[in-house]
Design a protein around this ligand. Structure first.
Ligand SMILES: [Zn+2]
Length: 113
């Protein structure tokens, strides 16, 4: 039991989310946690996000939660975002892709003024 808890604690310190996979609410099909799906590709029904709840419980101690800011990310262990860095880089990249269009729009607005 103690070894199990130590293992869960070690995992808790290295993982951001304990999302393990997606599972269809209707047909039970499972999909990888890193696959992007809005609904079950097999039947079109809703997908559950499934977690390693023992690992999340080990990470989400009263002390750990009390030390975190009151934001959505306070509960990151049970959010369906496994790789937050990749998500943030992707969002930043998308913003940068739009930057030239924003510059062009600003220029056009200035030219009209
Ligand atoms: Zn399904």
């Amino acid at each position: 039991m103690q070894a199990q808890r130590a293992d869960a604690t070690a995992r808790a310190t290295t993982r951001h989310s304990f999302l393990t996979h997606l599972e269809c609410t209707a047909c039970g099909a499972t999909y990888g946690a890193d696959e992007l799906h809005t609904v079950c590709p097999a039947c079109g029904k809703v997908l559950y996000a499934r977690y390693d709840l023992a690992g999340a419980a080990a990470a989400m101690t009263r002390e750990a939660l009390a030390a975190r800011p009151f934001t959505l990310w306070r509960y990151h262990e049970v959010l369906p975002v496994r790789d937050i860095i990749r998500q943030l880089v992707s969002q930043a990249d998308e913003t940068l892709k739009r930057a030239p269009a924003l510059v062009e729009t600003t220029r056009a607005a200035k030219d009209k003024a």
